[in-house]
Design a protein around this ligand. Structure first.
Ligand code: KIV
Length: 271
């Protein structure tokens, strides 16, 4: 069984030092229950803004609010003691100016105790990344398919398939690394490009739908467990059908209640 032997929470510099030594394992979590289960297994936990979709049933990540990310991140930090914890900054909470980004990222770090933040950062956002890092905020830069740009892209589409788009993503990677990002998250990026960025980068690359060429992988836990409710993206391997287990258990419960087979009051609370 693949559990690590850590006794203390992994720090950002320790995560960075894993590059070239061992692959980095990550999953998302937004609840205490899942966070506790994955804490002994993963290297870092991401509180993704995908919580808007998998946790709240919304059509995109755009509606996630700062207060929601703070609440979910706090729950994950309070429920774990081993994994490094990275919070996703919601749409609109960092794009306006470096000052706005610092104000909101500082709140996330101070009010949750998480270790770092993740920003969807193209070259235009690199000066913001530099501003944050210079002020004590570790930043993971998310490039490639950036879900907060869904309306610009016209849907969720793999990136880097043309020479022009590949050059743009390589440029986003370079600008964010120069700005001081401690890691790059590559989403929906073709293997050749992911390999080139990973080889050129001193910092770890974490892929999602970006091939084993990356230094590690993050997946949305609901997709891995068969809890997504919808077919998972093609790059996701589903490791369990927890959705099926829950449905079957609930049906058994419903059958028993309908048949009147539930504990009598005198068995509960010592009545
Ligand atoms: O919000 C999220 O879950 C993400 C994934 C791409 C990992 O950013």
């Amino acid at each position: 069984m693949s559990v690590h032997t850590r006794t203390k929470r992994l720090t950002v510099p320790q995560l960075v030092a894993m590059k070239g030594q061992q692959k980095i394992v990550s999953l998302t979590a937004y609840s205490s229950a899942i966070a506790k289960l994955i804490d002994p297994v993963v290297d870092f936990i991401l509180i993704g803004d995908s919580t808007a979709m998998v946790g709240y049933g919304r059509p995109s990540t755009l509606s996630m609010t700062l207060e929601e990310i703070i609440g979910h991140t706090r729950a994950v930090v309070d429920s774990t003691r081993l994994a490094c914890v990275v919070a996703d900054m919601p749409f609109g909470s960092y794009q306006e100016s470096p000052e706005q980004a610092f104000r909101n990222c500082a709140q996330v770090l101070a009010r949750t105790g998480c270790d770092a933040v993740k920003l969807e950062a193209n070259t235009a956002l690199a000066p913001t990344v530099e501003f944050l890092v210079a002020r004590g905020i570790p930043v993971m830069a998310h490039i490639g398919l950036m879900p907060q740009f869904v309306n610009v892209m016209g849907g969720f589409k793999a990136q880097g398939l043309t020479a022009e788009s590949g050059t743009r993503i390589a440029e986003d990677a370079r600008a964010n690394l120069e700005a001081g990002a401690f890691s790059l998250l590559l989403e929906g990026v073709a293997e050749g490009l992911a390999r080139q960025i990973t080889e050129d980068s001193k910092m770890p690359t974490i892929g999602i739908g970006a091939s084993p060429a990356c230094d590690g992988q993050v997946l949305v836990t609901e997709d891995v467990l068969g809890l997504g409710g919808e077919p998972a993206p093609r790059f996701v391997k589903q490791y369990a059908d927890v959705g099926g287990v829950i449905r079957e258990a609930c049906e058994r419960y419903a059958d028993e209640v309908r048949q009147g087979r539930f504990p009598e009051a005198r068995h509960c609370y010592g009545l």
